[in-house]
Design a protein around this ligand. Structure first.
Ligand code: SF4
Ligand code: SF4
Length: 277
């Protein structure tokens, strides 16, 4: 979670350790039935991309770290390794801290951060301020398999994701502001790219945010975007080879265009396009 400027403003001025405990209890569903780390790890020295601080440094509230430290020894403070990571840590708000876990082999499901649970998604807000669904951190689109396979995301995950963020936003005005800014930044970036933003609707179904206008229209599951190494088996094979991995072995586990999750299909049948852009 990235935030905040903290002025004690309403509704409340932050999440307590206890609040994070509530969120962790309620946000437990797995994102899909696939162990997606198997597909991205061959491109990243055998480690899932989102579980190594070389790619993504977990930023948490100090109160979230307080909770985690009380539950497990999985996490420690992150020590920057280069100029970029030093800058990231230097620019953190005083209520936040950068942390690192012991690595994917030691992962403890119950003691994952909010950032681990939500990745690669963030809550997408329209210009008018409506939380309409899940968008992705596109900076990982070339390496994260899930960003190229949003159709596999389970309905339970989406519901728990939305409920968890709504709980946080009711208590942390700066986090709300930060996610609205993230959505606006996404719109600007994709308008420059002249590409739509793919969304998973909060009530089911898939949508796209049109560049420039920000209008939201339905998107068929088989038209969800695919990127980089995940556009074809040949591209995957090439990318793994370039990354120094065993392309043949990787290819045997790689899954291209798996079907829409059953639970997502049922929800999509009922979903309507958000009525606001
Ligand atoms: S969420 Fe993306 S980056 Fe993380 S393990 Fe799954 S495919 Fe890899
Ligand atoms: S706690 Fe688990 S999911 Fe989170 S970064 Fe560590 S290995 Fe990955």
């Amino acid at each position: 979670m990235a935030r905040k400027t903290g002025n004690g403003s309403q509704p409340q001025d932050g999440m307590t350790a206890k609040d994070f405990g509530v969120v962790f209890d309620r946000f437990q569903s797995t994102v899909s039935r696939y162990d997606c780390g198997r597909f991205c790890a061959p491109l990243n020295n055998g480690e899932p991309v989102c579980c190594s601080t070389d790619n993504a440094i977990p930023i948490v509230d100090k109160t979230e770290f307080e909770l985690l430290k009380g539950r497990s020894d999985l996490w420690h403070l992150y020590k920057p390794t280069d100029a970029t990571s030093r800058q990231i840590v230097k620019e953190l708000h005083k209520s936040c801290t950068a942390i690192e876990c012991k690595g994917a082999r030691f992962c403890e499901r119950d003691n994952r951060t909010m950032a681990c649970r939500a990745f690669p998604f963030y809550p997408y807000f329209t210009r008018e301020g409506a939380l309409v669904g899940l968008a992705t951190y596109w900076g990982f689109e070339d390496r994260c398999w899930l960003i190229s396979n949003m159709q596999v995301v389970e309905r339970d995950f989406v519901q728990e994701f939305i409920a968890a963020y709504e709980y946080i936003f009711a208590r942390d005005a700066e986090e709300l502001k930060s996610m609205k800014s993230q959505s606006a930044y996404h719109r600007r970036t994709f308008s420059r790219r002249n590409e739509p933003i793919a969304l998973i609707g909060r009530d089911g179904g898939f949508f796209k945010v049109l560049p420039h206008s920000g209008r939201i229209v339905p998107l068929a599951a088989d038209k969800l975007p695919q990127y980089g190494a995940y556009v074809s088996v040949a591209a995957y094979r090439r990318a793994v080879k370039e990354a120094g991995g065993d392309a043949k072995a990787a290819e045997q586990t790689f899954l291209q265009r798996p079907p829409v999750a059953g639970s997502a299909k049922a929800a999509a049948a009922k979903a309507k396009a958000p009525s606001i852009s």
